[in-house]
Design a protein around this ligand. Structure first.
Ligand SMILES: Cc1cc2nc3c(=O)[nH]c(=O)nc-3n(C[C@H](O)[C@H](O)[C@H](O)COP(=O)(O)OP(=O)(O)OC[C@H]3O[C@@H](n4cnc5c(N)ncnc54)[C@H](O)[C@@H]3O)c2cc1C
Length: 458
């Protein structure tokens, strides 16, 4: 593709220093946290919505694909420029515009880092619950584009439950606003929801209105340890059946706990098959009652030990272990697909049993981690991409894993999105007619297919 003319127009629009074409710069934008890699022809660094609108007008004129990129922490290849010419680096749109304490909303630009938003609202006694564990790096725009989740989403819901309004630049460069600061808004089609989870394929999100809630006054954390993974999974269902809704119910299997312990020394045992990291939050008295009740339920389901953190430092140490899990895993294997097959909570034990059986059948190492409270499992498929026979087994294993998840009434993705990784399975979940509806929406909003092509749909 001859990019000389559009590149000149882009340099005129943005300035020379905001259009990167050197190989070492392009390489930095060729990957995310999935195993996919592909270099763009140029990286564009807009300063504001107007820049993005101008970029998309030029991209439309020359039919040049543009791939929005937040922080590149995605796990499905969403921002990897497979068919991409230009990567759009959103990191300079990083202003928290307003925290409106009267309406309990925050207005932020899409490139704001999630942890910065957490700190800003919490300093005012407010709370934005979604907490993908990449929060120190990932952006709000990336979170909305993937409809991200996280441990706390069991109690509080996912990103879409907090998005009230958006500013979006369409593929042809026009700018629209959806929703607003009101909690209720049923005018017309729900465009806010349509762009939420659209993975950069329908528009570029530039500004966001987010719903906030009051910050819970207290929280307690505990780690329950089980001799069998099935007992751990059963305890998760047991807690939910007793009508208790903790903030988090994070399941770690033995493989994960060993890797974390070896790297971080946080005191996880090496011989327990499962650990559940539990957090409860709310009013101080209720929180104290709930954590003790949960400890009792875990023991009923065979927990060999329940460690209730007695200080914020002890709680932080337990969470530091859980947060390090992805890094520890990545160090232990040449490549890994972090899957997020998700099943109804009642099917958790069956899903874990079947996924573990797949590891045996295909002779693969598949540690399992999960936001177990909402049935969102992360079977982590470890492999070496230099071994073709192993890659072939991984592909068959993933096919079977998704057919199991769907058979159990689940979904291909609880929080990471479809990206490149799961495109071929979309008709399995939506049916051919459903997949056609998705294609029609794409064609209506991006008829030239310049926005993040090759993602979500085949
Ligand atoms: C260690 C680790 C832990 C993680 N934990 C979690 C977790 O607990 N829960 C969870 O849900 N995810 C998790 N993730 C996955 C990832 O962090 C999320 O998917 C996150 O939302 C991606 O944000 P990002 O800014 O990095 O987006 P990117 O990876 O840059 O992009 C992701 C997708 O969003 C699109 N996009 C980005 N910005 C925009 C924009 N402004 N407008 C339109 N489209 C855009 C991209 O084109 C791409 O399709 C984890 C990842 C890592 C590495």
């Amino acid at each position: 593709m001859d990019t000389a003319k559009p590149l000149q127009e882009l340099k005129n629009l943005l300035g020379e220093d905001r259009v990167l074409t050197k190989i070492e710069d392009r390489a930095c934008y060729s990957y995310d946290a999935s195993p996919y890699i592909s270099e763009p022809q140029a990286v564009l660094i807009p300063r504001d919505t107007r820049d993005i609108s101008g970029i998309l007008k030029i991209a439309s004129k020359y039919k040049m694909p543009v791939i929005p990129r937040g922080a590149g922490t995605g796990l499905s290849g969403g921002c990897v420029p497979v068919d991409g010419v230009f990567v759009l680096d959103m990191s300079k749109l990083n202003k928290i515009i307003e925290i409106d304490t009267k309406n309990l909303v925050a207005v932020v630009q899409a490139g704001v880092v999630l942890a910065d938003l957490h700190r800003a609202v919490e300093s005012l006694g407010l709370f934005y619950p979604p907490d993908p564990q990449s929060m120190n790096i990932c952006t709000i725009g990336g979170n909305i584009a993937t409809n991200a989740g996280g441990p706390r989403c069991f109690k509080y819901g996912v990103t879409k439950d907090y998005v009230l309004g958006l500013e979006v630049v369409l593929a042809d460069g026009r700018i629209i606003r959806t929703g607003g600061k009101t909690i209720k808004n049923v005018s017309g089609y729900d465009l806010t929801r349509l762009f939420t989870g659209s993975e950069g394929t329908l528009g570029v999100i530039t500004e966001v209105i987010l719903r906030l809630i009051p910050l819970p006054r207290a929280k307690r954390t505990a780690l329950a340890l089980f001799n069998t993974l099935e007992d751990g999974a059963a305890a998760v269902s047991g807690i939910i059946e007793r009508r208790i809704v903790p903030t988090t119910l994070e399941l770690m299997d033995q493989d994960n706990m060993i890797l974390i312990e070896k790297a971080k020394g946080v005191g996880f045992p090496m011989d327990a098959e499962a650990g559940i990291l539990i957090e409860v939050d709310g009013k101080p008295r209720e929180v104290a009652e709930d954590i003790n009740l949960i400890a009792e339920i875990c023991k009923e389901f065979g927990a060999r030990e329940v460690r209730i953190a007695q200080t914020p430092e002890e709680a932080a140490a337990l969470w530091a272990g859980r947060k390090a899990s992805f890094g520890c895993l990545a160090q232990s294997t040449p490549s890994v697909f972090i899957e997020d097959a998700t099943v109804p909570r009642s099917q958790l034990v069956t899903a874990i049993r079947e996924f573990k059986a797949l590891a045996k059948k295909y002779n693969l190492r598949i540690p399992i981690l999960g936001h177990a409270g909402d049935g969102n499992l992360h079977p982590d498929i470890c492999f070496d991409e230099k071994k073709p026979d192993e890659v072939a087994r991984v592909e068959q294993c993933i096919d079977e894993m998704f057919s199991i998840a769907l058979k159990l009434g689940g979904t291909l993705s609880g929080e990471h999105g479809i990206g490149i990784a799961k495109r071929k399975y979309v008709p399995w979940e939506f049916g051919e007619a459903g997949a056609d509806v998705l294609r029609s929406i794409k064609n209506a909003l991006d008829p030239l297919h310049i926005l993040n092509p090759g993602k979500v749909l085949l």
